[in-house]
Design a protein around this ligand. Sequence first.
Ligand SMILES: [Zn+2]
Length: 86
Amino acid sequence: MHNPQFSYNKPNAKCIFCSRIQNPHPDFNEPIVTTLLAYNNKEIEVCINCYSELEELSSDQNKSMNSMLQDKLNVSRIFAKAYRYI
Ligand SMILES: [Zn+2]
């Protein structure tokens, strides 16, 4: 996976993993910084925080970014299903 291009100030930016849409820093009244990652012929939008987390995990566990993405998406799906029953 090549280095991602991060978009600053993209309107309606939203992270698929943490669902963050606002910049967490109070001094920045602007959308969150995201990038689009290619995954299974789709593009998924991930914020810069979740991206660096994935990058760290991938180097710690010696797995490709693609397989880290897959793991994280699977976990997100399981949680999304579980929350429906709470
Ligand atoms: Zn995120």
